[in-house]
Design a protein around this ligand. Sequence first.
Ligand code: SF4
Length: 68
Amino acid sequence: MTLIPTIDQEACCAHGDCVEMAPGAFALEETATVIGSAPDADLLAAAEACPALAISLTDAATGEVIFP
Ligand code: SF4
């Protein structure tokens, strides 16, 4: 499975947990942004770690929302 992350900019409160969990995928400025990719397990860990539930993960093949 290939997961595509998106970040709800309104919900993100810039804790930076996602950058620690998947630094290849996320960067932090005023809010977090998607800058690249990371292994699915890292993306899932980042999404689960986000205290604002701002990260959504979509299956690239099916379009199904995997998280939340
Ligand atoms: S962990 Fe969530 S709230 Fe924190 S910077 Fe990343 S997306 Fe924003």
